[in-house]
Ligand binder design. Sequence first.
Ligand code: SF4
Ligand code: SF4
Length: 292
Amino acid sequence: MQNKLATVSQILPFSCVDGPGSRLVIFLQGCNYNCKNCHNPHTINWCDHCGDCISTCPTQALTLVTTKGISRINWDSDLCTQCDICLSVCPKQSSPKTRQYGIDSLVTLIHHQRHFINGITVSGGEASLQLPFIIELFKAIKSTEALSHLTCMIDTNGSLSISGWHKLLPVLDGAMIDLKAWQEETHRYITGRDHHRVFQSLELLSQHAKLYEVRLLHIPNISDFDSEIEAVATYLKQLPNSVRIKLNAFQHHGVTGEARQWGTCSEAQMLELAARLTERGVTNLVLPNVYL
Ligand code: SF4
Ligand code: SF4
């Protein structure tokens, strides 16, 4: 009997940008970074059911339900218009619009989609914070004959420990990892955390041929991939040839706080960074399709 639960902020039944092919994406709530440039800051923390958002909902989709003396937010998705007012007022950078899923209910959902997808991606927030659930989910997928064609991948900030990766590797088909800055101090400035585990994760996954993609977000005058171009190019070149190097362009969508004052990345700036990496021998670059 599988009884693990995950806190899920969103499920996309179909995505073409979260790993190879078409994929069902499960976004898990909670993150151990606090990135200034986060596009989904309401996925960072867990709701503590304070109830501050209830009165702001224009459609009465939020109520406080008390069971056995414990009060919890109830979100009625049928009444919700996705106006996101509740997200903007939450003092915890959280959301009342999360749901708890068990393994069985997610496997049932995936089963319904199985003819339309090539695999599953767990994302976040930081997905690896709910590692035991992910391992059980991937095991369940791989042991279900009708789902055995699906690849199981994780989209992560790379902060998982080596011992955590060793638990996940037997059921993992690949990973997409964000490298948010080259220099330690820049990474700490942007994310609030150091990045030694990110490099450990990249190395381990490369060794096991499970690194699908490294993602670099170019924030002009903030991230340091351009100012550290020689070191960045040298590092990227020694990764396995199969690894995609995905360049993302910083935009303001969803961003709050001081990062709203940062300049966005234009197509010209993106192309310049790509050209400088290419000149230095970096291959397998993937560029954005849109700059919005
Ligand atoms: S997003 Fe939904 S729950 Fe939140 S305030 Fe708007 S209608 Fe209410
Ligand atoms: S979503 Fe935020 S404001 Fe609403 S109950 Fe949870 S913690 Fe409080």
